[in-house]
Write a protein that binds this ligand. Structure first.
Ligand code: HEC
Length: 146
């Protein structure tokens, strides 16, 4: 009986630590969730407005805006022509960097969404994509995706 009690106590403690840890981690972002009129907003949108892109990712941002944003949206949030890249399914363990290179160089056959195929982006060079990837990864990290 006592052993079970101890186990429950440890379990309770672990849950408590987990909850505290999570709310600490999100403290900064959750304050940005509510906009002035009190509606809940997309985390990425609100973060984007308040965080300047670090210098090291700015070249990637420019390339992204020019080559990818018309479908993947400002700061990778998606449009009605393409999915958000700031999304759990595009984190590195699901879509590694080569998936970005391949998408730009060869296009993508629609398989995750209903936007249709992504055409090959003929204006994009491998150099462009090499700069775009760390920018998108940074956006993903800002959104707490990984
Ligand atoms: C004309 C619209 C369009 C443009 C421009 C575009 N994409 Fe896409 N992209 C899409 C669509 C639509 C999909 C989703 C396909 C699906 O259903 O899985 C996609 C999917 C992707 C994926 C996921 C690939 C996979 O393996 O599932 C990556 C990565 C990607 N795009 C990167 C880029 C990058 C980088 C650029 C700019 C160089 C870019 N896209 C420009 C429309 C576009």
């Amino acid at each position: 009986m006592r052993r079970v009690d101890m186990k429950l106590t440890w379990f309770g403690l672990a849950v408590l630590l987990w909850v505290v840890g999570c709310s600490e981690g999100q403290g900064e972002t959750s304050s940005k969730h509510a906009s002035d009129d009190g509606t809940v907003q997309n985390t990425v949108a609100s973060q984007d407005a308040s965080r300047p892109v670090p210098e090291e990712y700015q070249a990637g941002e420019e390339r992204f805006d020019e080559l990818c944003a018309r479908c993947h949206g400002n700061a990778g949030q998606g449009t009605n022509a393409g999915p958000p890249l700031v999304h759990k399914i595009y984190e590195p363990s699901h879509h590694a960097d080569f998936a970005f290179m391949r998408a730009a160089m060869q296009g993508v056959r629609a398989h995750h969404w209903k936007f249709g195929n992504m055409p090959k982006i003929s204006e994009a060079t491998p150099d462009d994509v090499t700069q775009i990837i760390p920018y998108v990864r940074w956006l993903q990290r800002q959104a707490g995706i990984y």
